[in-house]
Design a binder for this molecule. Structure first.
Ligand SMILES: [Cu+2]
Length: 267
């Protein structure tokens, strides 16, 4: 794995299957950093997905040149190619590569920013919206939850029960014909009331931040989910058991559109 100004070049020991290698969906790139430098096992922070725009296979099939949006200097880049095979149908011995990008050939990084990076530049950073499973969840998720919507400003659940400190994948399906989001708030009904009020105060100017107020009372959230679409978020449940809330902070919805998230002492 070698860095280029706008992507990576992958070299192989055997010619690759051209059809698979030319498909950009074969590759997944994520960049991240560690919270504390040089400390193995330190938490991963600032994880961001890149977008593979182009994959060009060399004539001899021994290398692939990827053009990728979202590369970042100073970050560790993880590149996965789980389904890549050789011409003779063998899988890769190591399907994941890591590269710390401190500099690029030519000196100037030419990788285009992704949409989330462009938003970050505009000052909209929403670190509590985590759409990719954190790389350090080595054993995957503890529980998968699915929440849908119903006409009349309703989620299709009134109550969800989870263990404290568990790793959750939550899929929010908006089957309704209106815009909605899903915000998890701090313990207690006073917290959800306050977050609702703050969301309402953002008014229609809140679109850039998905109508989610910037507050410690917000634990995790999705973006605004369009009718007929879905969004997945990942979060670790609080360590303190109790009644937390799920609320839609789209203007006018917060008073009615709620569900309870009951956190139990972990078993
Ligand atoms: Cu709503």
């Amino acid at each position: 794995m070698k860095a280029a100004a706008d992507g990576f070049e992958l070299e192989f020991t055997k010619p690759v299957n051209k059809t698979i290698a030319e498909n950009t969906d074969t590759y997944a790139m994520t960049s991240f950093n560690y919270k504390y430098h040089f400390n193995y096992g330190s938490p991963i922070v600032d994880q961001l997905k890149g977008v593979v725009q182009k994959a060009v296979v060399a004539a001899d099939g021994m290398s692939v040149r990827l053009t990728i949006d979202g590369m970042r200097l100073g970050f560790i880049h993880q590149l996965k190619a789980e389904n890549l095979k050789s011409k003779t149908e063998e899988k890769l011995l190591h399907d994941t590569g890591y590269y710390t990008l401190n500099e690029v050939p030519g000196g100037v990084l030419k990788s285009n920013p992704t949409e989330s990076m462009a938003n970050a530049k505009k000052g909209i950073v929403q670190p509590k919206r985590i759409n990719e499973m954190p790389l350090n969840w080595l054993n995957g998720v503890d529980k998968k939850l699915v929440v849908g919507t119903k006409p009349g400003l309703k989620y299709d659940v009134t109550e969800l029960v989870v263990d404290a400190n568990s790793k959750i994948e939550l899929t929010f399906n908006n089957n309704d014909d209106m815009l909605h989001n899903l915000v998890i708030t701090q313990r207690g009904v006073a917290s959800v009331d306050k977050v609702g009020d703050m969301g309402a105060a953002l008014g229609l100017d809140g679109a850039d931040q998905n109508y989610v107020p910037d507050s410690d009372l917000v634990l995790y959230h999705t973006g605004i989910v369009e009718p007929g679409t879905a969004e997945k978020i990942y979060f670790q449940t609080p360590s303190e058991p109790g009644e937390y809330w799920i609320v839609c902070t789209f203007p006018g919805h917060a008073k009615i559109m709620r569900a309870k998230l009951i956190v139990k002492e972990s078993s």
